[in-house]
Design a protein around this ligand. Structure first.
Ligand code: AP5
Length: 217
């Protein structure tokens, strides 16, 4: 089963994708994580995208489609792929259709995590991640453990993202509304769009997504 998690910054795409990796042996393909990895390892492409990401603008379609193409060629899909943060433009959506068609893989569901801007600001402001395994925390809703060790891997290295500030978030939201939200219509027309309440508790969102994935219809 191959799915897209669609929603604005902070909607919970990464949090839900990691749960699906743990529980369903799915493979998470997060273009945000791939770009941050390139930036941290100092590749030419990483240097090119660093400022764009810090501002909260979108990286070019060519770069991100190239990243996804490579992953689809290299990676075995186990329980299926979760596209997290990709596609974000209509050009990326049509490129993904072609890549999946060429690989003989279906796109089963596009799941929109519905949230509101107020909640997004609070979520982004409180987010931290484990620098070793990427587990996502939140100062209020999922605080780092009292012993200072990541629940998943025991690391004590926690990070906050460079683009998790108010100015960049405002820009990321504008990019979402201008360039990514038209994909809701695109996937609705393809009868693939499903919606869950992203404002619900993390466990409840997990349950709602599981219900969609378990639905044979
Ligand atoms: P990317 O890394 O994809 O960031 P994003 O889309 O802005 O999404 P986030 O990672 O910020 O949020 P999320 O929805 O995963 O939320 P999370 O689960 O962490 O992209 C970063 C940048 O890379 C872009 O701005 C762009 O420059 C570039 N880029 C990436 N892909 C691109 C593409 N395809 N094309 C062009 N450019 C691209 O949750 C957030 C917080 O909320 C956490 O603290 C979490 O604990 C908490 N939380 C989650 N769910 C809940 C809940 N239900 N209730 C309460 N708290 C919750």
């Amino acid at each position: 089963m191959n799915i897209i998690l669609l929603g604005p910054p902070g909607a919970g795409k990464g949090t839900q994708a990691r749960h699906l990796v743990d529980t369903r042996d799915m493979v998470q393909l997060s273009t945000g994580d791939m770009l941050r990895e390139a930036k941290d390892s100092g590749t030419e492409m990483g240097k090119m995208v660093a400022d764009v990401m810090a501002r909260g603008d979108l990286v070019t379609d060519e770069i991100v489609i190239g990243l996804i193409r490579e992953k689809l060629e290299d990676q075995t899909d186990h329980g299926g792929f979760i596209f997290d943060g990709f596609p974000r433009t209509l050009a990326q959506a049509t490129a993904l259709d072609e890549l999946l068609k060429a690989a003989g893989k279906p796109l089963d569901h596009v799941i929109e995590l519905g949230v509101n801007d107020e909640a997004l600001v609070a979520r982004i402001a409180g987010r931290s991640t484990c620098g070793n395994c990427g587990e996502v925390y939140h100062d209020v809703t999922k605080p780092q453990p009292a012993d200072g060790k990541c629940v998943k891997c025991g690391s004590t290295d926690f990070k906050r993202r460079a683009d998790d500030n108010e100015e960049s978030l405002r820009n990321r939201l504008m990019e979402y509304y201008k360039k990514t939200s038209p994909l809701l219509g695109y996937y609705y027309a393809h009868e693939l769009l499903r919606r869950v309440d992203g404002l619900a508790e993390i466990d409840d969102v997990q349950g709602d997504i599981a219900a969609i994935l378990n639905d044979p219809a």
